[in-house]
Design a protein around this ligand. Structure first.
Ligand SMILES: Nc1ncnc2c1ncn2[C@@H]1O[C@H](COP(=O)(O)OP(=O)(O)OP(=O)(O)O)[C@@H](O)[C@H]1O
Ligand SMILES: Nc1ccn([C@H]2C[C@H](O)[C@@H](COP(=O)(O)O)O2)c(=O)n1
Length: 236
């Protein structure tokens, strides 16, 4: 059964491991929309910085590497590629080195300015090409698309998130280590000076701790339809 087509922007924000990527990808697929993973963009710039050998604390050098990285982010929910000068870096950007370094790189104001401009360009292009896009990250509802038709802030208990991530990585025995990493990244992302992670005042908070992915998708479809963002057949 078709769900109709998304008209406008759905912004999904929240801490790591709350299910933003999984939910955003599914929502975009269900509604024939594009999908933008902004975390992948910060990760790709971080990879470029690590490869360059730049000191993560050298803000000017980090910004210069970001500008010169040749980053391109795809928006196909079935295959959202991330490339640096044409090289597919989708696997490498999920590795532990990038995950360790991504918070300081994404706190760099010049990096944020560069990527937010590119994200807005991608959103505008998707809206004119297909009419709808689901964008996920940390500052989508607050900074990147403050006029998004629907803003959702996903949350989940930190231990549940650590279990999900550990299962994903095949590291069931190291939940405590994953939990420490999740909490470290949340604290860093929430306390940085520029665009800290926080819900937009008009965001709907959705706690996914006790929801499976089908439940999260159903809740998002209801919210989008309720905002009048879905054209054509609605669920049922
Ligand atoms: N509601 C859920 N129930 C069970 N597992 C889930 C749920 N949501 C997400 N997961 C699983 O948790 C892991 C993390 O999900 P996902 O990558 O979508 O989160 P995220 O918020 O995008 O994280 P990050 O910000 O770190 O990229 C994945 O393995 C995913 O399959
Ligand atoms: N809009 C965004 C998206 C991501 N980040 C930062 C914060 C995260 O720790 C990191 C990686 O994101 P993930 O792939 O885990 O979603 O990127 C950000 O600051 N703003």
């Amino acid at each position: 059964m078709g769900h109709g087509e998304l008209r406008g922007v759905v912004a999904l924000d929240g801490p790591s491991g709350t299910g933003k990527s999984s939910a955003a990808r599914r929502l975009a697929s269900a509604l024939g929309a594009r999908y933008l993973d902004t975390g992948a963009m910060y990760r790709a710039v971080t990879l470029a910085v690590l490869r360059s050998g730049a000191d993560l604390d050298d803000a000017d050098r980090v910004a210069a590497v970001a500008r010169d990285a040749g980053l391109a982010q795809g928006t196909d929910p079935a295959d959202s590629t991330t490339t640096l000068r044409g090289e597919d870096v989708g696997v490498e950007i999920r590795g532990p080195e990038v995950t360790r370094a991504v918070s300081p790189v994404s706190a760099n104001p010049a990096v944020r300015e560069l990527l937010v401009a590119e994200q807005r360009r991608i959103v505008a292009h998707a809206l004119s090409a297909v009419g709808g896009i689901v964008v996920e990250g940390r500052d989508i509802g607050t900074v990147v698309v403050p006029d998004a038709g629907l803003k959702v802030f996903l949350t989940a208990d930190a231990r549940a998130r650590a279990h999900r991530r550990a299962r994903q990585d095949g590291l069931e025995s190291t939940v405590d280590a994953v939990l420490a990493d999740v909490e470290r990244r949340d604290a860093y992302d929430s306390s940085r000076a520029v665009s800290p992670l926080r819900p937009a005042p008009d965001a709907v908070e959705l706690d996914t701790t006790d929801l499976d992915l089908a439940g999260v998708l159903a809740a998002l479809l209801d919210l989008a339809a309720g905002r009048g963002l879905v054209a054509g057949p609605v669920r049922g």
